[in-house]
Design a protein around this ligand. Structure first.
Ligand SMILES: OC[C@H]1O[C@H](O[C@H]2O[C@H](CO)[C@@H](O)[C@H](O)[C@H]2O)[C@H](O)[C@@H](O)[C@@H]1O
Length: 614
């Protein structure tokens, strides 16, 4: 069985990732891309679905996991009968080949260790053909193959299709193990990796990247850890950014709300870009802009809400019945049936991310081309009145006039107007001549929202026009600059959400009891929504409440600073895919806003924009 998800650390090479448990087992890894088939899928099953475990063969007394500061190099330190040992796990970035390297280091005494490598391609379904040659083995299945290099003799167990080794690690010794992916029609890479050289290079890579973070305020360690996590969710060769590196970690233990997040949502990626840009990372925004241009190339009506890592369109959802699921949460799904949905908000999120990047210093050639901007705002003009499936991707087949969707339609037009007003001196005539029309459209959408989304009986903006249901996504109204947090309508909304949409102070995205999402079961609190409440407290000047909730959210992180999508206050468990970009975006934005407010700066949207422009 898998460990609780809080007991996993993330390593990655910016094309794919692996999850390493506190007990020294790699239980999730997809190769060669983050959205490829998994060859270790114990996370969603048992070790028979693939894992690579290296652990003491004696009684374990304590375990500690930590990252080497400002890197994605993970250390798992075990104290056990016989002594103390450390496993250093990492994946060197920027290589054509994909290596996972595990250096076992003796710290004290002599520790007997046991290694058990079970590769199962196709998400735990296929056992590989194993060929051994001294301290090296190849493991092949269809198009995929791995070469394994060991510093110690190992035994193949042909019946169980696994490799095992027993060895002793003594204080001062370091033993490097590695697995390298290659396409099986090619020759296996001839050389064993140079683990120590790669360790130095990997550490330097991440330290150099982290040193570019321009945030210097309180909680810097947490912010940098979140930024590194977001960077690990970026697919370097294409610039695509996934929502999370896992599939089917459940939103409800034992439930059916299990989805594949290893894709690039325009929404999640836009919010990630916004957070990276605020952290000082403009290059990532430029790479994502290039990815976006390729992904949405063609008719705007054919644009999707999400794509594969390289911009693939078809993400057909299927179930994997041989996997029992994380803590019996079935079905396990790959692909995502929400990909053809109509979600109005993605245009606003995309334009907002590109606008913020520009405001934070992106030069014109790295920004959204004028023609693309025109096409997107024109599309909003023609479509903003259509009902949609909304930010939460409801599966009930109902289309509603979601307040958040209309807010983001307003954002799309507003950012289009701002782009032209602030940066449009050299914009093409056919863009400039739309300015007057776009300003009028912005006012029309604004008036529509104010007239139809505010429920006077509840004194709150609600989930959709004419509805009595609450929805945490309206907490983005001040963040997006539609209304200030001090506005009485926002004050009423915050109060209504505090009263009707929180669980032990943490925020739910909406109530599953209304049946709006068309799904069985319920879910826990949605972490980014709690960060949005923090932001509202900050913007409304309620700093003590902001700080208190922010501290509670920091305490939800695991020992390594990682956050899943949701938190269950009753079980004190993280739930949902892990680690999730949304949650880390929320953390970064709240920390940056809190610091700005504490420093006495005006944190309203227009003031932030004006300040960054100078
Ligand atoms: O709640 C049902 C939906 O849940 C997933 O969507 C959620 O995750 C997305 C990726 O982070 C996010 O963009 C969206 O806002 C969330 O609601 C799932 O991917 C959907 O298929 C499902 O309908």
């Amino acid at each position: 069985m898998a460990s609780p998800l809080e007991h996993y650390g993330l390593i990655g090479d910016q094309t794919t990732i692996a999850l390493v448990s506190r007990s020294g087992s790699i239980d999730w890894m997809c190769l060669p891309r983050i959205d490829s088939d998994a060859c270790f899928a114990r996370l969603l099953g048992t070790h028979e679905h693939g894992s690579w475990s290296i652990r003491p063969a004696t009684r374990v007394r304590s375990v500690q996991q930590r990252y080497r500061p400002e890197t994605l190099v993970l250390e798992t330190e075990v104290t056990c009968d016989g002594g103390r040992a450390r496993i250093i796990d990492f994946m060197p970035p920027g290589e054509v080949e994909h290596d996972v390297i595990r250096i076992v280091e003796g710290l004290e005494g002599e520790v007997p260790m046991h290694e058990d490598l079970r590769v199962r391609f196709a998400y735990g379904k296929l056992t590989p053909w194993i060929q051994c040659d001294g301290l090296r083995a190849t493991l092949t299945s269809g198009p995929d193959a791995l070469v394994y290099n060991s510093p110690v003799p190992f035994e193949p167990d042909w019946d169980a299709s696994r490799l095992e080794a027993d060895f002793v690690i003594r204080a001062g010794e370091r033993l490097p193990f590695s697995l390298t992916f290659y396409a099986s029609h090619r020759a296996a890479p001839a050389h064993a990796v140079d683990a120590e050289r790669d360790l130095v290079r990997t550490e330097q890579h991440w330290r150099e990247w982290a040193s570019r973070c321009r945030y210097e305020g309180p909680y810097r360690d947490a912010v940098v850890r979140s930024l590194i996590t977001l960077k690990a969710l970026t697919h370097e060769p294409t610039g695509g950014i996934v929502a999370a590196p896992t599939t089917s970690l459940p939103e409800e233990l034992g439930g059916v709300r299990n989805w594949d997040y290893r894709y690039c949502w325009l929404r999640d990626a836009s919010l990630t870009i916004e957070a990276l840009v605020r952290g000082g990372y403009l290059e990532e925004a430029r790479a994502w802009r290039d990815w976006l241009m390729r992904a949405v190339a063609g008719a705007p009506a054919e644009a999707q809400i999400m794509y594969g890592v390289a911009g693939e369109h078809r993400l057909t959802e299927v179930e994997l019945p041989w996997l029992p699921g994380y803590e019996e949460s079935r079905p396990v799904r790959i692909g995502n049936g929400a990909y053809p949905q109509f979600q109005l908000d993605i245009y606003g999120e995309t334009l907002n991310a590109m606008y913020e990047a520009r405001v934070y210093g992106m030069p014109e050639e790295g920004s959204l081309p004028w023609d693309m901007l025109r096409v997107l705002v024109d599309f909003m003009e023609a479509n903003w009145q259509r009902p949609d499936e909304g930010i939460w991707e409801i599966r009930s087949k109902t289309h509603l006039h979601f307040t958040h969707s209309k807010l983001m339609a307003w954002v799309a037009v507003d950012r289009g107007v701002r782009f032209v007003e602030q940066f449009g001196a050299n914009a093409p005539e056919k863009v400039r001549k739309r300015l007057h029309r776009w300003r009028a459209l912005r006012e029309e959408i604004r008036a529509d929202i104010l007239a139809r989304a505010f429920n006077t009986r509840l004194n709150a903006f609600t989930q959709s026009y004419g509805s009595d249901a609450l929805d945490a996504s309206v907490l983005l109204i001040p963040h997006m600059g539609f209304l200030p947090a001090e506005d009485p309508r926002m004050q009423g909304t915050i109060a209504a959400i505090e009263k009707g949409l929180t669980w032990d102070g943490f925020v739910e995205r909406y109530s599953t009891k209304t049946g709006v999402d068309g799904l069985a079961g319920h879910e826990a609190t949605f972490l980014i929504c709690s960060f949005w409440l923090v932001d509202n407290y900050i913007m409304a000047g309620r700093l003590d409440e902001a700080e208190a909730l922010f501290q509670r959210l920091l305490a939800v992180r695991n020992d390594l600073g990682l956050l899943a999508e949701e938190y269950h206050p009753g079980l004190h468990r993280q739930l949902g895919n892990f680690p999730q970009a949304f949650s880390h975006v929320g953390l970064i934005n709240s920390a940056v806003l809190l610091e700005a407010k504490r420093a006495g700066r005006d944190v309203s949207f227009s003031a932030r924009v004006a300040e960054s422009l100078h």
